[in-house]
Design a protein around this ligand. Structure first.
Ligand SMILES: [Zn+2]
Length: 276
């Protein structure tokens, strides 16, 4: 079973909990290069969903990602979640993203989109039509479990599907867009997200390994990783206790955890897994 590997290439301040902290040090370049070195070591190709403003600041990083055979996808221009945008602003974000990418890479086909903060759901499904207009072939934003008020689509499929533009939980064989969701571990009525971000930093490796193997009995998972999560120099701001845990817990061991998973599971680019 080959799983999807998504590297959400953003700055330490792009997380929703740190909104408004847009300031130096800019570390996405060095933090992402650590992830690239690890992927080289294990000869794994991944999909890098890049925030446009990170690409603008680090054009050499974008060229390295492509030269090493990884996929470039879009993670917005400024990392604003879709619920803060509307159709016109989202078109502007994509237009800006594509002009920056073309400036760096020349004419390039971007096939995949990953909404900042899993912000694609039925409130923001208007974004799907705009992705189709821009020539996208897949989306990888659906988080099929609702655990908090910010994100999650309960009832959405756990494995890749052709996503209906009218209801993101529905499959539509005629849809122009594929969806690669981020499935949780399902244990009876319990749905436990495992495969990335805070969940990966919080759970012990033995549980991650057990849970991800269990998901792989029936379908692939999508593992997502933010380079700042594996970067010891990530600035630690004074936040409330809970937000500090969510933002910073486990940063010092996250890269080793990623390495363990890279050596115990099979991974590939999202576009290749979807046959695109
Ligand atoms: Zn993000």
């Amino acid at each position: 079973m080959i799983n999807a590997l998504a590297i959400d290439t953003e700055e330490w301040f792009h997380s929703e909990l740190l909104r408004g902290e847009r300031r130096p040090p800019f570390q996405a370049g060095e933090a992402t290069r650590k992830v690239l070195a690890l992927l080289d070591q294990y000869r794994i190709k991944a999909s890098f969903f890049v925030v446009g403003e990170v690409a603008e600041r680090h054009p050499d990083l974008i060229r390295s990602i492509v030269e090493k055979g990884h996929e470039i996808g879009c993670h917005g221009f400024s990392h604003h979640p879709l619920w803060k945008l509307n159709r016109d602003l989202f078109r502007e974000e994509l237009g800006h993203f594509h002009s920056v990418m073309e400036g760096i890479l020349g004419k390039v086909k971007i096939k995949g989109f990953r909404a900042p903060s899993f912000s694609l759901d039925n409130r923001t499904k208007w974004a799907l039509e705009i992705l189709v207009d821009f020539g996208y072939q897949y989306d990888a934003s659906i988080f099929p479990v609702k655990l908090n008020p910010l994100y999650g689509v309960s009832g959405a499929p756990m494995r890749p599907y052709r996503i209906s533009l009218k209801d993101v939980r529905e499959e539509d064989p005629a849809s122009p867009l594929m969806e690669f969701p981020t499935p949780p571990l399902v244990l009876g009525k319990l749905k436990i997200p495992l495969a990335g971000g805070f969940y990966l930093r919080m759970f012990p490796l033995s549980f991650l390994h057990w849970g991800l193997s269990r998901i792989n009995r029936s379908h692939p998972f999508l593992l997502y990783f933010h380079p700042w999560e594996g970067h010891a120099e990530t600035p630690r701001l004074k936040l409330s206790f809970l937000n500090r845990i969510i933002s910073y817990y486990g940063i010092d061991s996250a890269l080793q955890k990623l390495e363990f998973l890279l050596s115990h599971f099979k991974f590939g680019r999202v576009d290749r897994l979807l046959g695109l």
